[in-house]
Design a binder for this molecule. Structure first.
Ligand SMILES: [Zn+2]
Length: 178
């Protein structure tokens, strides 16, 4: 999740959510903006949270710093938020424009959204198989220029699972390479 604070056409703070347990994007961006956040607009990729999880609610931070307007791309399907964040901000007098890029925001949080809606993780399967059905490391199955996209997709995952025979035979790298 990402957040940008804008005032008078100028970006005064940016932030993204730290790994689980760390501060959310809004708090990072608000801290960067400091006192200038009063009267500013906050743009976020996801509806600000209104519950106390591992960190305090972002709605409170936005209200307390005096942000005037909040624009967010997609609603949070977490049943503890689900429109509640937007409602709380509006009740505090903040102008809220929510769900302005609902479809586009979907892939940004695919794993989180899937888990919130179904209780199941988002699973992506990658198979190295040639057209004749063979697999293995006899030859490279994809061109080198696929590497960049693959690393980016891998960076969006929480964990990777491999078959033990594959690991023993090819020792595939599951690192993220730029
Ligand atoms: Zn939050």
């Amino acid at each position: 999740m990402g957040c940008v604070i804008v005032k008078d056409g100028r970006v005064i703070g940016t932030g993204w959510t730290a790994p689980a347990g760390g501060p959310h994007a809004e708090r990072v961006a608000l801290a960067a903006a400091g006192a200038q956040a009063r009267g500013a607009t906050a743009y976020a990729t996801l509806e600000p949270c209104c519950h106390t999880g591992r960190t305090g609610p972002c709605t409170r931070a936005l209200i307390e710093t005096g942000v005037a307007r909040v624009v967010f791309a997609g609603h949070d399907p977490n049943p503890r938020v689900s429109g509640g964040g937007a409602k709380e901000l509006a009740a505090a007098g903040i102008v809220v424009e929510g769900g302005v890029l609902e479809q586009a925001a979907e892939p940004l949080n695919r794993g989180f959204f899937t888990r919130m809606r179904t209780g199941l993780p988002w699973v992506r399967s990658k198979l190295a198989i040639s057209l004749d059905g063979a697999n293995g490391a006899r030859q490279r199955r994809e061109p080198m220029d696929h590497e960049r996209g693959r690393s980016q997709r891998r960076a969006s995952l929480a964990s990777a699972l491999e078959r033990n025979p594959d690991r023993q035979r090819h020792d595939p790298w599951t690192t993220i390479r730029p």
